[in-house]
Design a protein around this ligand. Structure first.
Ligand SMILES: Nc1ncnc2c1ncn2[C@@H]1O[C@H](COP(=O)(O)OP(=O)(O)OP(=O)(O)O)[C@@H](O)[C@H]1O
Length: 228
């Protein structure tokens, strides 16, 4: 579960990015975060994996206030959160297999079990046959699927997707959505910041609309809306 209470975020340059957020997201929900550029969507998601710390307010993830985590506690906490971005962010010199194995938290695991986990997650995204490729040899949609596999390899309870279809053509975007829906169906909470009116209006989910750092609309099976 995610719970934010009275969250304010002012960046060091004085920009007020979040202006009093109160929100609860239950385990297993699929939530779109929509709003114009600069509305605060990315900042909202960054608070959830301790990329940013709010100026004020509490951010609870699975019943723990993460604003007070010590730096040394952050890596362990982050194992439980997967993140994917618009620009994939794969390591260019590593193969698909290595990109995913690199993200795996290896705690006294045998090479055989590591291989099994990586291949399982590659199978989930339909890329088992591309394990030896490097990112440059893949299409954008395939690269995003690798990024999703990497985000899921530690079985996080939450997957954050910041405009995951922003660099993809419509057909490929629908493929990525299908994978995200499958991941959600297995119980993972998904938060997806997006500018895609088509996707939000076609695949109905909870919609949180932001404006000037505030939540201006929060609807179950909502629409993208006219004002954003
Ligand atoms: N690291 C930063 N330092 C200073 N200001 C920032 C920083 N990151 C974001 N901002 C500012 O905070 C506000 C909210 O930005 P944020 O990236 O959260 O918006 P967004 O809704 O995700 O936008 P987009 O749709 O363009 O990704 C904007 O005014 C932005 O310029």
């Amino acid at each position: 579960m995610i719970e934010m209470q009275e969250v304010y975020m002012t960046y060091p340059n004085g920009v007020v990015a979040l202006n009093g957020l109160n929100v609860t997201i239950e385990q297993g929900e699929f939530v779109y975060i929509v709003g114009q550029s600069g509305a605060g969507k990315s900042t909202f998601t960054k608070l959830l994996f301790r990329e940013e710390i709010p100026t004020r307010g509490s951010v609870e993830v699975n019943n723990k206030d993460i604003t007070s985590l010590k730096w040394k506690e952050v890596p362990f906490f982050r194992r439980n959160i997967g993140v994917v971005y618009q620009d994939f962010r794969l390591l260019p010199r590593l193969t698909v297999y290595e990109n995913i194995a690199f993200a795996l938290e290896v705690i006294e695991e045998s090479p055989k079990s590591i291989r099994k986990r990586v291949m399982n997650v590659l199978e989930q995204v339909g890329l088992k046959n591309k394990a030896r490729f490097i990112p440059d040899e893949l299409s954008g949609g395939e690269q995003q699927r690798v990024a999703i596999a990497r985000a899921m390899v530690n079985h996080p309870s939450i997957l954050i997707a910041d405009e995951p279809t922003g660099n993809l053509d419509p057909e490929t975007s629908w493929e990525i959505m299908r994978i995200l829906e499958e991941i959600n169906a297995s119980g993972t909470t998904i938060l997806m910041a997006t500018h895609s009116r088509e996707i939000v209006n076609a695949i109905k989910k909870r919609v949180i609309a932001m404006e000037d750092g505030m939540i201006v609309r929060d609807e179950h099976r909502g629409e993208y809306g006219y004002e954003v």
